[in-house]
Structures are given as structure tokens and as C-alpha cells.
Design a protein around this ligand. Structure first.
Ligand code: OOG
Ligand code: NI
Length: 466
């Protein structure tokens, strides 16, 4: 076996996300318009703020600033989920985090497949928010059985995709030619199919149970339902969408605009009504429509510790107790104002966020001479005070359940809010996935700890050299 010939998973992921982007722009022209807007806004932000440009030059690849950072799919069965895990592994994407959306009226639970280490994230951070339908939350037993039967008859992967996944696992990688076919074959799973695999009657019954159930069960595969480029100014994109003829959701999800961005802010244009056809008993097709696909944008900030996250959740809850953002946007400005006010309780400078242990930071040597002179008893705080060490926020690479629910809801139709018994079941999800998910907090804590250890190992080296 010659591993030299294997294409790196990072390269496969980059090529896959580029292929998906091209396919989605062709399938959903409004998404192409959003991409153009994002590019323009990002350019203006860089022109207006030279310090931002300098900072991004150091940490990011500027030419890829406006590229997709994530996409989302919704799967129907445990077998689909576990094969999807194996497909993503070939691209260096692994399940991180568990999100229970049932509490928010959406009958799914989810994870995000993403690159994990810093080098891989830098090459291409593309991730896929992946949900599994929870048929156990459908109350109507007949409907549940029908949905299950329909799902059991579909095969969302091409036979060649499965062969190549198995080959990659067996060999430990794929060569150039195989990796190209792998991308082509796996892309098929994400493609839109306008011919439903159900009758109009079943579609309607699934749709009445929950719009999302109809979206998952009625089609040949789990079409990518949105892609999400990164923006440097989410408020500007939200504001300018209507000028470009695209209809934004009512409010930006997540924290308010701040000097020190935390976690994740997201917004989207509302899902489009698209023509589809339903199968008849006699095998003919009957025209209809389905609303599922949209475009989203994201802006990321610092990863919060459990303490910081608890404060974020508390402030978000407080705001939403006073004003729940209305789907029609009628109280959007009021909500944004209130959110801003309530979040003044969350420190908005990096030093306080760090000293109050609300966020995760990466530590590095700022001045080697000062470090060499530091007393051996100095801890990391002392080293910062001495000017020997600096700290930078670690970016949050994951998702937020309340925000995700808001994205789901605004794209499921504004009448779709429904109540399910909140019932997180991570054990079940992991059994279906065939693997456990990485705990995101432990992951960020480890990154932080390793940077601190690296600083102290520098001191040891300096002492040894004396
Ligand atoms: C996924 C919604 C969640 C996000 O960015 O929070 C999501 C979906 O609509 O399938 O993508
Ligand atoms: Ni999304």
C-alpha cells in the first residue's frame, strides 16, 4: 500500500465544498445573488477598516473570506446518518456537538461534521449541520409507519459512492482519480430532485404533521437545503438583501452587534417555493410545489466557556421573555434594541472576558526577552501583566440550538411553530451515528490548555539555554 499517492482529506473537502457551491448556485440563483452581495459587503468592510484587513491578513486567507463556511442536510434514517458519517470522514470531517431541536418545536436532533484541528480548519473550514428526523415524535402511528416505509425504500447514496467510501476506509485514503469520482458520486446525494417519491396525498399528510417531515421523507435524497458564506458585516448584508431582490428572515439570530464578537450570528433569506411533482398511483407525475431551500450568512466570534455560555443563554432568554421576534419582522428593530440593552451585562472587552473566564483564548509569546526574565513562579496571568505573553480569542466553530431553531422555523413557514415534548437523546443519536460526538467545550478547553503549555515549554527551553 502506497500512502504517498493519497489525496489529503483537506484537499478532498475543499474540492467537495467548491463543487457543492457551484451546484447550489446553479440550482438556486438567489443564492448566487446572496454570494455577490456578501463579496461586495466584505470588500467594503475591508476598505473601510484597514486594521481589519491587517488582522485578517495574519489569520485568514483573504481570497477565501467570502467562501462557504457551512451547509445543512436533513436525514431520514440511522443507516443514512451512519453512512454519511463515513462519507464525511473521507473529507476529514467529524461529528462535533449534539443539538436537540425538539425543545424548539423541530422534530430532529443534529450534529455538525467539521474539520477539527486548527491546520485543517485553516485549509478549509467547511462543515455540514446534519439533522436526523425523529419519527418517534410523530404522534400519528399510521403516518409514522408510512413515513418509515417510504424512507426504508430509498437509497440516498449511489453504489459507486458506497464503494469509494469503503475503499477509502480499507486503504486509508483515496488516490487522485478515486477522490475525483468520490466527489462526483457523493455530490449526487446532495442534489435537488424535483420529482417526489410520494403521492400528493401523503405529502400533505406529512406536511400537516410537520413541514420538515415532508421535506425529509418526500424526496429521493437529502438535498442540501442551504449554504452559508462568511460575512464581515452581517448587519449590512441583512439590510441590503431587499435591495438585491432577496427577502431576509425577520431578525439576525444569536448575540447582538458588539465590539468583541461572541459565538455566532446568522441570518438567511427565506426559503423559496419551488415547483416539484408528486407521483400518482399510476406512475404519472402531478405538478405541485415545495418550500425548503434558502441561503444563509454567518459571522463568528469567540468560543465561550460553559460559564460564558450560561450567561449568553440567560441573557438571550431574558430578551425573548420580553420580545419574541415576530416572523413578519414587525418588531425586529425593537428586538434588536432590547437585545443590545440586555447584553450590556456581557463584558465587551477581551481582557474582562478573559479574566471573568467567559471565553477561550489562545496564548502566545509576545516578548521572548521578557519571558526569559520572568520569575519561575510566574503564572499565565503574571506573564500577561509583564508583557511577555499575549492572548487572542479562539473562534467558535460550532452552532447554537436556539439560533438553529430560528433558522429552521423561518424557513419552514411562519405558521410552523409546533410543540413537541422536549426529549434530548444523545445516546440514541450516537448509537444511530455509530460513533460518539466530540464535546465542543472540552475541545476548546484543550486547545486553550495546549497553548498555555506551549508558552511554559518555551520558558523551559529558554532556561535550558541559559
Ligand atoms: C439546519 C438549520 C441549522 C444553522 O446554521 O444553525 C443551521 C436546517 O435548516 O436544516 O444550519
Ligand atoms: Ni445554517
Amino acid at each position: 500500500m502506497n500512502t504517498q499517492n493519497f489525496v489529503s482529506p483537506d484537499t478532498i473537502r475543499s474540492a467537495f465544498s467548491a463543487a457543492m457551491s457551484a451546484m447550489y448556485r446553479e440550482e438556486v440563483p438567489a443564492y448566487g445573488t446572496l454570494m455577490e452581495l456578501v463579496c461586495d459587503v466584505n470588500q467594503s468592510a475591508l476598505d473601510a477598516t484597514p486594521s481589519l484587513l491587517e488582522r485578517l491578513k495574519k489569520t485568514d486567507s483573504l481570497d477565501r473570506i467570502s467562501e462557504e463556511r457551512h451547509g445543512a442536510i436533513r436525514l431520514g434514517t440511522p443507516a443514512e446518518l451512519s453512512m454519511m458519517r463515513r462519507a464525511f470522514a473521507v473529507m476529514g470531517m467529524f461529528p462535533v456537538g449534539y443539538y436537540d431541536l425538539s425543545v424548539a418545536g423541530v422534530p430532529v436532533h443534529s450534529t455538525a461534521f467539521r474539520p477539527i484541528d486548527d491546520a485543517a480548519l485553516k485549509i478549509n473550514p467547511f462543515r455540514v449541520f446534519t439533522s436526523l428526523l425523529r419519527l418517534d415524535l410523530i404522534a400519528d402511528e399510521d403516518l409514522r409507519n408510512e413515513a418509515e416505509k417510504t424512507l426504508s425504500q430509498r437509497n440516498i447514496f449511489t453504489p459507486d459512492a458506497i464503494c469509494l467510501i469503503e475503499k477509502a476506509e480499507h486503504q486509508g485514503g483515496l488516490n487522485d482519480e478515486d477522490s475525483k469520482s468520490f466527489i462526483d458520486q457523493v455530490l449526487e446525494t446532495f442534489r435537488w430532485h424535483d420529482e417526489a417519491i410520494v403521492t400528493e396525498d401523503l405529502y400533505k399528510r406529512l406536511h400537516d404533521a410537520h413541514r420538515l417531515i415532508a421535506d425529509v421523507v418526500s424526496f429521493k435524497g437529502p438535498h442540501i437545503n442551504h449554504l452559508t458564506p462568511r460575512t464581515l458585516d452581517i448587519d449590512a448584508v441583512q439590510l441590503q438583501m431587499p435591495e438585491r431582490g432577496i427577502n431576509p428572515k425577520a431578525v439576525v439570530e444569536g448575540p447582538p452587534t458588539r465590539d468583541c464578537p461572541i459565538l455566532l450570528r446568522q441570518t438567511s433569506f427565506k426559503a423559496l417555493e419551488e415547483p416539484v411533482s408528486f407521483i400518482n398511483e399510476n406512475g404519472d407525475y402531478k405538478p405541485g410545489s415545495h418550500t425548503a431551500r434558502f441561503g444563509e450568512i454567518e459571522q463568528r466570534g469567540i468560543a465561550l466557556t460553559p460559564k460564558g455560555r450560561a450567561l449568553y443563554d440567560q441573557l438571550l432568554n431574558e430578551s425573548r421573555k420580553v420580545i419574541r421576534p415576530a416572523a413578519d419582522g414587525s418588531n425586529a428593530a425593537e428586538y434588536a434594541r432590547l437585545l443590545g440593552d440586555v447584553f450590556t451585562a456581557f463584558p465587551d472587552n477581551w481582557a474582562d472576558i478573559r479574566s471573568e473566564k467567559l471565553g477561550y483564548f489562545a496564548y502566545s509569546v509576545k516578548d521572548a526577552d521578557k519571558l526569559a526574565q520572568a520569575p519561575s513562579s510566574a503564572n499565565i496571568d503574571d506573564l500577561i501583566k509583564l508583557g511577555a505573553v499575549q492572548f487572542d480569542p479562539i473562534t467558535y466553530e460550532d452552532f447554537l440550538p436556539v439560533s438553529a431553531a430560528g433558522i429552521f422555523q423561518s424557513n419552514l413557514g411562519d405558521d410552523a411553530t409546533q410543540h413537541f415534548e422536549g426529549s434530548p437523546n444523545q445516546k440514541r443519536f450516537e448509537a444511530d451515528l455509530g460513533a460518539s460526538v466530540l464535546n465542543e467545550f472540552e475541545h476548546y478547553a484543550r486547545i486553550e490548555r495546549e497553548t498555555i503549555e506551549a508558552v511554559f515549554s518555551n520558558i523551559c527551553k529558554l532556561e535550558a539555554a541559559e
